[in-house]
Write a protein that binds this ligand. Structure first.
Ligand SMILES: Cc1cc2nc3c(=O)[nH]c(=O)nc-3n(C[C@H](O)[C@H](O)[C@H](O)COP(=O)(O)O)c2cc1C
Length: 159
């Protein structure tokens, strides 16, 4: 099975107090976990400073369908696709979707609204850096306990 990976950024339109927004992000992640696990997708969502950065990986058709739904979601806007390409394998193996704690380093990787950059090799390097950063955060102390590992092993069967 060929694995593809998407990396995009978007601007959050979530409203409320910091605590309420956090709760809404957690709800997005929880729903995404269920749906992605059913579709064989894995990935991570980083929310920092009003910006979402999400990596999603899996079969091309499932990725396309899910990404189309994500793009239509009114809880964010200015979805900028940085990468949709074949990947040597899964980076987020076992995480149907996981929240990674906000890290300012990730937000500065991309300039908001940089819609054309995804064609450049520079942006490929940035996307790779973001994915590596997000994956590293899952192993490090930045993981929010209990928020994300519930589906470990669930979504990636046969990958
Ligand atoms: C930032 C963000 C990330 C999301 N990530 C996913 C995801 O990984 N998988 C998924 O199924 N839905 C995700 N969603 C939710 C979808 O946009 C959509 O609301 C959900 O799939 C239900 O779609 P439906 O109402 O058309 O059934 C995300 C939404 C947002 C705002």
């Amino acid at each position: 099975m060929t694995i593809y990976r998407i990396l995009y950024q978007s601007e959050s339109l979530l409203t409320g107090t910091e605590r309420e927004v956090r709760g809404r992000v957690d709800a997005i992640v929880a729903a995404a976990q269920r749906s992605n696990t059913a579709s064989g997708l894995t990935g991570a969502l980083l929310f920092t400073d009003g910006l979402f950065i999400q990596a999603l990986e899996g079969e091309a058709q499932a990725l396309e369908t899910t990404f189309e739904r994500i793009c239509r979601d009114l809880r964010h806007r200015r979805v900028v696709l940085h990468e949709f390409s074949e990947a040597p394998g899964r980076v987020f193996d076992g995480w149907g979707m996981t929240a990674v704690a906000g890290d300012p380093r990730a937000a500065t990787l991309f300039s908001p609204g940089d819609a054309t950059a995804h064609r450049t090799s520079r942006n490929h390097a940035l996307a790779s850096a973001a994915v590596t950063l997000m994956r590293g955060m899952l192993d490090g102390p930045a993981v929010r306990p209990g928020a994300d590992r519930g589906v470990r092993g669930g979504a990636a069967g046969g990958a």
